[in-house]
Write a protein that binds this ligand. Structure first.
Ligand code: R5P
Length: 301
């Protein structure tokens, strides 16, 4: 019988006792097949165990978002600083050069717009097309507690079944309805559900307090979404606190491509994710890099 009256959230996450990696550096992936591990190792850097994903999959439900009007102008110059690109197949085929050597996390759900109920999604990409696009992961969103909770959780489950056939791992994203709390109790519930369904890594939001418990309660890596645009220093603090409390990376969109200087911002976030930089140092780096916007970074290297 489920604890319906008073959800019995976990209370003892044994903070201070690290979760063992059991022979492969990506948490929870030790028993996966070679192809799954290889694709995860494209997304997560084996040296730091972390990833800096650039999320540009917003237009599929909210149109030409600020900063994404021209992918060729605003996004391609950032790619060399990202470890992976989260994107829809429409933008991938039309706007991303195939010479790019960054792994693709392919958005595989759609069906709603910002004008209607966000949780009303379906799977939108067949597994063979994900393979054709050389995706390193497929992403689906679970809206726990929302109107279409059941359908969206089933989307993740179906994508996991497809991943077992193709060897392409699944990123489970915790979609959050407009009026829902983003606290540790809710995010712990949503991330654990997505991981138990079989997602190989999970994207969710940072929260205070107790984000560390969300991470410890999830048996696969958590990457943190950036969410709405913050000031640059606040976004860097959020990235720092996420990593410091156990996240295996960030999957950041608006807080990078809507920054005053996106190329400087992505390098500052990178210093936190892979270099364990403090936010004060990362912000100083951002300020000095933005004075030197002509930094010679190739668009697709
Ligand atoms: C989340 O559902 C989608 O992947 C978003 O497109 C993504 O979160 C965008 O990144 P951010 O929230 O950092 O702008």
């Amino acid at each position: 019988m489920a604890d319906l009256d008073d959800v019995k959230g976990g209370r003892n996450f044994f903070a201070g006792t690290p979760i063992p990696h059991r022979g492969f550096f990506v948490q929870g992936a030790h028993s996966l097949d070679w192809g799954m591990k290889n694709r995860l190792a494209q997304i997560f850097d084996a040296r730091s165990g972390r990833t800096l994903m650039l999320a540009i999959d917003l237009g599929f439900f909210q149109g030409p978002t600020t900063g994404l009007e021209r992918i060729d102008v605003s996004i391609l110059p950032l790619l060399s600083c990202a470890d992976a690109l989260m994107v829809t197949r429409g933008v991938l085929r039309t706007s991303i050069p195939p010479e790019m050597n960054k792994p693709i996390v392919l958005r595989c759900t759609a069906g709603q717009s910002v004008l209607k109920e966000l949780s009303n999604e379906s799977l939108s990409v067949a597994a063979d097309d994900a393979a054709r696009l050389n995706a390193s992961a497929m992403a689906a969103q679970a809206y726990v507690g929302a109107q279409y909770e059941h359908e969206s959780i089933c989307n993740v489950a179906e994508l996991v079944d497809r991943s077992q056939r193709t060897g392409i791992p699944v990123l489970g994203v915790t979609g959050i309805g407009k009026d829902m709390a983003r606290d540790a109790r809710y995010l712990g519930l949503a991330t654990r559900i997505v991981a138990e369904i079989g997602a190989h890594f999970v994207k969710t939001y940072y929260c205070e307090p107790d984000f560390e418990d969300v991470v410890l309660g999830c048996p696969v890596p958590i990457v943190v979404a950036g969410g709405k645009k913050l000031s640059e220093i606040d976004a860097l603090w959020m990235a720092f606190k996420s990593i410091d409390q156990g996240a295996a990376g960030v999957d950041m969109g608006r807080n990078i491509f809507q920054a005053e200087h996106p190329l400087a911002m992505i390098q500052a976030v990178r210093a936190i994710v892979h270099g364990n930089a403090r936010p004060e140092y990362a912000f100083d780096l951002y300020c000095s890099l933005k004075e030197n916007v002509a930094a010679p970074i190739s668009a697709v290297s």
